[in-house]
Design a protein around this ligand. Structure first.
Ligand code: GLU
Length: 287
């Protein structure tokens, strides 16, 4: 009887201690969870975040009639915000077109960029990247009845026009296949303008990442087709301030955890579902 009483007292004490420990971390969640002075601590304390994404790319980032963007990049942004204790309605979504992404990060117009953003060495001179969280590949979108464009080599003919976006990797990559980039390459600031140009016959093709093209083709499957032969590798990263290693590592940890615990799949299902196959694995580059 006495032993049981002692055990009971010990148990009560342990429970009380546990509750106090939990209570303590709950009361002061932001200061105890993140390292002092880190970007995570700063954002968690502020309770808001500015995320750069695309506004005209179905499946990854498309601004809806409610003024809010939707898509996989947006969902990934929400996962990161939530991990910082920031609700989705406290995220300020900033349109980050291909050309302005590095500038926006450097100028603090955004805290991070999730925007079909290929990790590469040129960009790494200005910003740092977490990820990759997805690997895309450059491809070509044409009108459904087009039989003359079968790959990037088709532009050697010299009279076919292809559209892409200023500051994007596909705009640069396609140059080597063109006979005359001055007459054949048409550039806009966003891909939806290329789609308009393709629709009204001003250009013969749109080139960018396969998944962006799939987004457009999925909206109008009777009108457009993606060739389906990617010819580059585009690993998507999350852009942050150059050398903010602590923030980058933290994002990498969250991505890895989200991939394991189903949050990545939930983000995928909420935006892309079965239109594109979900990756089997993630291989985050730590540097
Ligand atoms: N992933 C490529 C890039 O980062 C093309 C897509 C885009 O322009 O966002 O440039």
């Amino acid at each position: 009887m006495r032993l049981t009483r002692i055990a009971a007292v010990a148990l009560t004490a342990a429970l009380a201690f546990g509750a106090a420990a939990c209570g303590g971390s709950d009361d002061d969640a932001t200061s105890s969870k993140f390292a002092a002075g880190s970007t995570m601590e700063k954002l968690a304390k502020a309770g808001k975040i500015k995320i750069g994404t695309k506004f005209d790319q179905p499946l990854f980032g498309l601004k809806g009639l409610d003024g809010k963007p939707a898509g996989f990049d947006v969902e990934i942004g929400k996962v990161l915000a939530k991990e910082l204790g920031i609700d989705a309605d406290k995220i300020e979504w900033v349109e980050a077109t291909s050309k302005v992404r590095e500038d926006y990060i450097q100028q603090d117009k955004v805290d991070l960029v999730v925007a079909t953003y290929t990790i590469n060495d040129t960009r790494k001179e200005k910003v740092s990247f977490a990820g990759p969280y997805f690997i895309a590949g450059q491809d070509i979108l044409v009108k459904k009845d087009n039989t003359s464009i079968t790959g990037p080599e088709s532009f050697q003919a010299g009279d076919k026009k292809v559209c892409s976006v200023t500051g994007s990797t596909p705009a640069k990559n396609i140059e080597q296949y063109l006979k005359d980039k001055n007459t054949q390459l048409v550039l806009f600031d966003v891909y939806s303008k290329c789609l308009d140009a393709l629709s009204n016959g001003q250009v013969d093709a749109l080139t960018t990442d396969n998944v962006i093209l799939s987004g457009y083709a999925s909206k109008e499957p009777d009108k457009y087709k993606v060739l389906g032969q990617p010819f580059t590798r585009e690993p998507y990263g999350i852009g942050v301030k150059k050398d903010d290693k602590v923030f980058r590592d933290w994002i990498n940890d969250v991505l890895e955890a989200a991939f394991k615990d189903g949050r990545y799949k939930a983000a995928w299902d909420a935006s892309i579902k079965d239109l594109i196959k979900i990756p089997d694995s993630l291989s985050i580059q730590r540097y």
